[in-house]
Design a binder for this molecule. Structure first.
Ligand code: GLC
Length: 477
């Protein structure tokens, strides 16, 4: 099975969020399951030597003429990474923009180049994937381009389009599209705009998303972000496959970013780390104070607004401790800073640090994830593995990886809230502190640490899906 992953980011080369982890980790796992998997990503801010050796120089056609694009390659384990070396990528610092709030004005052209370079490269190299696995809006044009390809080279190739977050769609004025693309189709236009996510959803042979619950949620008005009609229409060709995590990088038994280690039946290491973290992050030294950790982008999606409203009441109980790590919207950062000044039991750290994330996960007793929506979420899986009981909203991948310990005391590994508001957060945190260090707490923690979220089973599900779509052929083929 030959698979080309097309993505705007992948670890270990570029990352703005979980998408990069999924593309890199899933590819590595697929390559061990005898899949010839290659990944194509832009070469952001990379010199030619950093992007490895030359693979090809391809010509792509845009409305204004031809553009020459170099593709370089590097092998990592069994996975070949191809880097699209266009000046619109190489000479920029950011992935989508210089900061997360200001996208580059030519993003339509940048990601059109990515899709066109993928097709030009495959046909020039004579390496024709069975499946083009496209991720999120930045690769949404490829399924359309394949359907319009008149060379016949890709007539047996299928496209799988994976949604990681439906809220980010890549919407551009139609003039961008008319100015850049030779192939046009009225179907591509959504009123006055071109919507790259919508394009991927319409033209791909199959759609998947990163959890079974999110696959259902996005067919409804509340989470469909305006695309629910298409998703509902294609529901027979829509799968939800829960992401895995990198269990080698996130292993409390030998995590190199931790000074002590722990595992089921041997939890002293966790207590040691908690006390180190209390010192490092300026919290009172107290092994008996339940520590609630949140590691997150500080954005509305993550429920930070409701948490900020709940915190003053929760912090007035001086025994509860809160450790928050993450960057994001400056209004939330400012509010956290001013709350921290008033409450010694809150440590707010506006940093993006892998080491701090590992330490926070290892130290926590509970992990807060009150996301309004969460297509999959990775932190709840890290926290389960590190023995922090997650407190989360029953949505998307959170609902698929957490079992509520109050409704299912035997199997429960977390606490689920049915809605996100300041009161539901206050109630859940109180319920959590009420069971702290009780038998229920220890059972839930044991259940949490037993969970297996390795990529193995998810990668096998992707392989069956690839087989299914290549055998059956898509409705739109
Ligand atoms: C997006 C989603 C997140 C998911 C990740 C990887 O960032 O918001 O829930 O875990 O993609 O699929």
């Amino acid at each position: 099975m030959k698979v080309l992953m097309l993505s705007s980011e992948s670890v270990p080369f570029s990352k703005s969020g979980g998408l990069a982890d999924v593309v890199g980790d899933l590819s590595a796992r697929l390559s061990l399951l005898s899949c010839d998997v290659r990944v194509m990503i832009p070469a952001y801010h990379m010199s030619p030597s950093e992007a490895g050796e030359e693979a090809a120089s391809v010509q792509i056609r845009l409305l204004g003429g031809f553009r020459q694009v170099d593709i370089r390659q590097k092998k990592l384990g069994k996975v070949t990474f191809y880097f699209v070396c266009d000046s619109l990528f190489c000479n920029r610092r950011g992935i989508y923009g210089d900061t997360s709030f200001t996208p580059y004005p030519d993003n339509f052209l940048r990601f059109l180049i990515l899709s066109k370079a993928a097709l030009a490269f495959c046909s020039q190299a004579g390496w024709i994937p069975d499946v083009f696995h496209c991720h999120d809006w930045t690769s949404g044009l490829l399924p359309f381009l394949i359907k319009r390809d008149r060379t016949g080279i890709f007539k047996h190739s299928k496209t799988l389009f994976t949604i990681h977050n439906l809220a980010y769609q890549g919407v551009f004025p139609k003039i961008e599209f008319l100015n850049a693309m030779e192939e046009t189709d009225r179907d591509l236009l959504d009123g006055e705009n071109i919507n790259m996510m919508r394009c991927g959803l319409i033209y791909s042979d199959w759609i998947s998303t990163v959890s079974p619950t999110y696959a259902i949620e996005i067919q409804g008005h509340e989470q469909g972000c305006g695309l629910e009609d298409i998703l509902e229409r294609r529901s027979a060709e829509l799968s939800g496959i829960l992401n895995g995590i990198d269990t080698a990088a996130w292993n409390p038994e030998n995590d190199p970013l931790l000074s002590s280690h722990f595992g089921q039946g041997n939890m002293e290491g966790k207590a040691l780390i908690k006390s180190q973290v209390q010192i490092k992050f300026r919290l009172p030294q107290n092994p008996d104070a339940p520590l609630f950790v949140m590691i997150s982008r500080l954005a509305w999606q993550k429920g930070i607004e409701e948490l900020l409203e709940a915190l003053p009441q929760l912090l007035s109980d001086g025994k509860l401790q809160f450790l928050i790590i993450g960057t994001g919207d400056s209004k939330y950062e400012d509010q956290l800073r001013s709350l921290e000044l008033k409450h010694p039991n809150l440590s707010a750290n506006m940093i993006f640090s892998n080491e701090a994330a590992h330490m926070g996960e290892a130290a926590g007793d509970f992990f807060l994830m009150p996301s309004h929506y969460e297509p999959c979420g990775l932190n709840q899986m890290y926290s389960l593995r590190y023995g922090d009981i997650p407190i989360a909203h029953r949505t998307g991948g959170l609902a698929d990886s957490i079992t509520d310990l109050f409704s299912n005391p035997e199997k429960g590994n977390g606490i689920l809230m049915d809605s996100v508001n300041p009161q539901s957060i206050i109630d859940s945190v109180r319920k959590a502190s009420g069971i702290y260090h009780s038998p229920e707490f220890f059972t839930a923690r044991e259940n949490a640490m037993k969970c297996d979220f390795s990529w193995d089973s998810s990668a096998k599900k992707y392989i069956s899906l690839y087989r299914q779509i290549t055998k059956k052929g898509g409705k739109h083929a």
